[in-house]
Design a protein. Structure first.
Length: 254
């Protein structure tokens, strides 16, 4: 997904671009009853371990959607490792669940669907994973089509999402979102903890976060220093509006 801007970012920065556990080319560890293995806390520890192995004790982090949820959890759990933090097209997990009404549930039905106990969503998706993937991507894009995606990207996604273990990994990610991730957000909020790392929040003007309360105002309840704004796109900022997204990221990380 970062391919449209990664080359230009690499002119300024060293990039490390991993797949999260359960996705793409990464492994699919066994889950546990509390979904800790797929919590954003554990995924953040994965990312920190990768950076330590590569010799980077402090670094900036940017993430989109699920990766952004890992990124902001790192902002809570390991602020000493981060220099700056960017999140693309999300608001905190707790905000999503607690604001969910009928309209929101229809728009993001996949949150409760994918979080259902194994093997219900895996079995239903497994009937035609390529259809589910393509339908989902198109439904979140501003054009309601797959036009923003490079053919090689779609082929890569389809290759991995056609494997039952990766469908299971994605479902485990959402199971964690409905349980431990939500709980960790509530614990931080109750304790009065806020993200202290300088933060950029970008969202698609036509995406789901852009249709409710101003995401910047939401993030200011969770972080001390937040800047950002909307990008003319649907959910997929990097693919749909690469130039505008790159400009905002360069200005922030520069």
């Amino acid at each position: 997904m970062w391919a449209p801007i990664a080359g230009r970012l690499a002119e300024r920065f060293s990039l490390v671009v991993p797949d999260l556990r359960g996705y793409g080319r990464s492994s699919v560890p066994k889950n546990d009853p509390d979904n800790r293995a797929y919590s954003k806390r554990q995924m953040g520890r994965d990312m920190a371990a990768v950076m330590t192995l590569l010799g980077h004790e402090r670094f900036a982090v940017a993430g989109h959607d699920r990766g952004a949820r890992v990124a902001y959890r790192m902002g809570f759990d390991m602020p000493e490792r981060l220099t700056k933090l960017a999140v693309l097209d999300i608001v905190p997990v707790a905000e999503v669940w607690e604001a969910m009404d009928a309209a929101e549930a229809m728009a993001i039905y996949h949150w409760p669907f994918l979080a259902q106990p194994h093997p219900l969503p895996e079995t239903l998706i497994g009937a035609d994973p390529a259809y589910y993937l393509r339908h989902t991507l198109a439904s979140w894009a501003g054009s309601r089509s797959l036009n923003a995606f490079a053919p090689e990207a779609l082929a890569e996604y389809a290759e991995h999402f056609s494997k039952p273990e990766h469908v299971h990994g994605a479902c485990n990610d959402y199971r964690a979102g409905a349980t431990i991730d939500w709980r960790l957000d509530r614990e931080d909020r109750k304790a009065g903890r806020k993200i202290a790392v300088p933060m950029l929040a970008l969202w698609g003007a036509g995406g789901i976060p852009g249709k409710g309360e101003n995401p910047l105002e939401i993030w200011r309840r969770w972080a001390d220093e937040v800047s950002g704004g909307p990008i003319e796109a649907g959910h997929f900022l990097v693919e749909e509006a690469p130039d505008a997204t790159l400009a905002a990221m360069l200005a922030f990380f520069g």
